[in-house]
Structure formats: C-alpha cells, structure tokens
Ligand binder design. Structure first.
Ligand code: 6PG
Length: 238
C-alpha cells in the first residue's frame, strides 16, 4: 500500500524511476503516454530529477503529453501556478514538443477555461477511453487531492471531467479534474512528504470507514488501474 522512503530526496528518486517505467510501458504499448501532473510543492524534486541525467536522455519526451490535475486561476507566471512550477522544474528543461503541453489557462475566465479544458481532453483522447497512463497526485493535510476538497460539490460530479472550485480562503478560483476522469487512470501515484501529512496519511492507511470514504483522496479508486502511495519517513510517521 505505502512505500516508505528515507527522505524527500529518495522519495523523488523513486517517483522519477516509476515515471520512466510507466512512460516506457505506455510508449511501447500505445506509441504515446498521457501524463497528469500534480501541483503543489511535493512533486517539484521529482520533476527536477526527471529533467536531470540520465532520465533527461533516456525518456522519450516527444511521445509524452502533459496535462494538469488542477490549477490555481492565477497568471501563468505567478509562483502559485502549478503550470509555472512544472515548467520551471521540468518542462522548460526537456525536449517536449510545445503542442504536447496542455496547461489549464484559467486566469481570465474559470468557467470558460473548465469547458475549454474538457474539450482539450476529449480531443486528446479522441473517442478512446480517457485513460491517463500515469497520474501524479499530492495529498493535503485535510485529505484533499488535486483541488478536490472535503465537502466540495466537485466530489459528487459524475459527468464533467473539469469543474471550477472556490476554496474558502483562497484569493483565486481553481479548476480541478474530477473523479470520473481520475479514476479511469491506468497508473496513479500519490506523493506524500513531510511530518505535516503524517496524521492524514495514517487516516488514509486506516482505510475507508464503514460509512464510506471520509476524505477526497480516499475517493480515488481506479476502475482498472493501480494506485501506489509513496511517502517519506516524516510523512509515514516512522
Ligand atoms: C494544489 C495541488 C494540491 C497539492 C496538495 C499538496 O494545486 O494545491 O494540486 O492538491 O497536491 O495540496 O501540496 P504540497 O505538495 O505543496 O504539500
């Protein structure tokens, strides 16, 4: 269920190795790979490792399409932007064709952006089942993942793949992918680092309560895929 790494650096190394394996499997099997990137800070070191040698040379970057699991609706160069973090740590440092990078551009009109991103996803999968080959997700201390927050109406969305989310306290709206799309992934990796996540990770490990999943991250239950949890010792409480 959970693979525990000594520290954040080893966690990133493990996640980068899994990325390389899954990309190789997808490209060999289907000629391309569709990847969903996580936001926040935890994945940064993994992305940096992917942009470093030997992975920078060995990964078939031209065969990969990059999407985001969620975005804060701020300018693309805003340090809070998930797109900005991924470009700075990875995408600006590896030879991914620009047309293979699919950011969520929602700083102007979130509702229009959500609709547009849904269309972009539909175009990408072109009638095939919308199955990401690899999804990276983070975990919030409150059990959120992507921008699926506890109590959010977005958790009940059964049809749309993208919705606008307003988290109390945020100065900006967000766009998030929804469970109907996330749960079709072939492979999904949660990355959890730091002592601040240990209580929630312990809750997750304890499992779904008799009354059902208490936390958004527990609602990630792939229909036909494999979920892995990678944590460092600080998050695993050991
Ligand atoms: C976001 C992320 C969010 C993130 C978690 C963990 O846009 O905020 O998608 O789901 O993954 O909040 O964030 P950290 O990695 O920064 O702890």
């Amino acid at each position: 269920m959970i693979r525990v790494f000594a520290d954040a650096e080893e966690l990133a190394r493990g996640a980068a190795a899994l990325f390389a394996e899954e990309i190789s499997r997808a490209v060999t099997g289907r000629g391309r790979a569709s990847v969903l990137l996580a936001g926040g800070e935890t994945p940064r070191r993994t992305y940096e490792m992917l942009a470093g040698e030997p992975l920078r040379t060995t990964i078939p970057w031209d065969k990969i399409h990059f999407f985001w699991g969620d975005e804060r609706c701020v300018p693309a160069d805003d340090p809070r932007s998930n797109q900005a973090m991924a470009r700075e740590s990875l995408l600006d440092r590896v030879p991914v064709p620009p047309e293979n990078i699919h950011p969520i551009a929602c700083a102007d009109s979130p509702e229009q952006a959500a609709d547009a991103y849904q269309r972009e996803l539909q175009d990408h999968f072109a009638g095939d089942p919308p199955r990401f080959d690899l999804v990276f997700l983070g975990l919030g201390a409150d059990g959120h993942t992507a921008s699926l927050f506890p109590g959010s109406a977005a958790l009940a969305e059964q049809t749309l793949w993208t919705v606008v989310v307003h988290r109390p306290g945020d100065a900006f709206p967000r766009i998030t992918l929804t469970l109907p799309l996330l749960n079709q992934a072939r492979r999904l990796l949660f990355l959890v680092s730091g002592q601040g996540k240990s209580a929630m990770l312990a809750e997750i490990v304890r499992g779904v309560s008799a009354s059902g999943p208490l936390y958004p991250a527990q609602r990630v239950q792939l229909h036909n895929g494999e979920v892995s949890w990678f944590a460092d010792r600080a998050a695993a409480g050991c």
